[in-house]
Write a protein that binds this ligand. Sequence first.
Ligand SMILES: [Mn+2]
Length: 397
Amino acid sequence: MKLGILSDLHLGYERFHEDAYAQASEALTSAAAAADALLIPGDIFDMRNPKPEVLAEAINLFRTLEEKKWEARVVSLEGEGRLFTDVPVIAIPGTHERRAHGAADPVDLLSLAGFLVDISEATAIIEKGGERVAVCGLGGIAEERFREALAQRNAQPVKGAFNIFLFHQSVFELLPFSKDFINLEELPKGFDLYIDGHIHSRVEKKVHGKPFLIPGSTVLTQLKENEQDAKGFYIFDTETGKYEFHQIKSRRFVSAKVDVDGKEPKEIKEAVRKRIDSVLRECSNPIIRIELTGRMKEGFKHMDIDVRELAKSYEGRAVIEISKGSMEEIGLQLKEGHAKGALEQPVREFGLGILVERLKKNGYALKVNPTDLFDILSADVPKEKALKKAMDEIFER
Ligand SMILES: [Mn+2]
């Protein structure tokens, strides 16, 4: 059987809403055309309570899948939940969709409507011409509860079938930030293929001697350096054990550093423009993230560089994000400049300086840029909400 594996579609993702829809659509359609069954390890939606418009988008996408003449069929479901279709489109909710136990999440809705089979606490058997594939799923859950959920579930391979374990969690070997993250060797044994969602860049590894695949998201969400690879999906052949990554048309993302050492704001702007223009010659309407690094010429301050105006001048041609978080001046400001400096600076820049200083002192090495972190934490929302968003950015996506 040929299995199409795609993940983290993030329908409704606000920043790149159209990209999320268009790229999910291409991934689903192309994967369905090439595969006997589709497996989606979580985060079909970007939120647990999608607006009706976003639900409509999802229904439109999944209804098209239902129209294909699938030879393979889901013949049984063991565990919690019910079968409302035999169409072999199988999914679990991810961390973005997860709600309290018993509360309906948006993946439940798609399942109830008969568009897919939700296996967040179940094993589905797919059959095609005598071949059986068993997919054992475990929906996304808070990281600190995953080991307990695994033990409780006691996932077992099904005899006489090709066995897949499908989940949506952080893995310690890939994100060594928390002891809560599962180690690959702790995953249940005896499966022929392990599929994980949650991590937005593509990963191919081995677990218990068998392939472990993360297809990555179909849409860009974080603007991290490792998200520059093309987006797409896997086709896995259960007969040969071989798999191939298929690219989709996704908006190009370029992450680049521009050195500001000894430069004046005018020269820095020119250097940034030069870098952006060189990308624009290669592709249209990309997303470009520029990180300014080093120390500017004496006598100038980082706020003399108007990054907003610079970014705005590319409106309609590119999405530009310019980060000053790695400029030395921001870190040094507190040491050199005292209260007087604080009075001269806009509050935002001063606060950013303090945050970067503290993070450096504590050996901060996570991938969320300090500037981004500052923006999230200082957003105009209740404190708990801002903190939660920051934690989500760092650990969840
Ligand atoms: Mn995700």
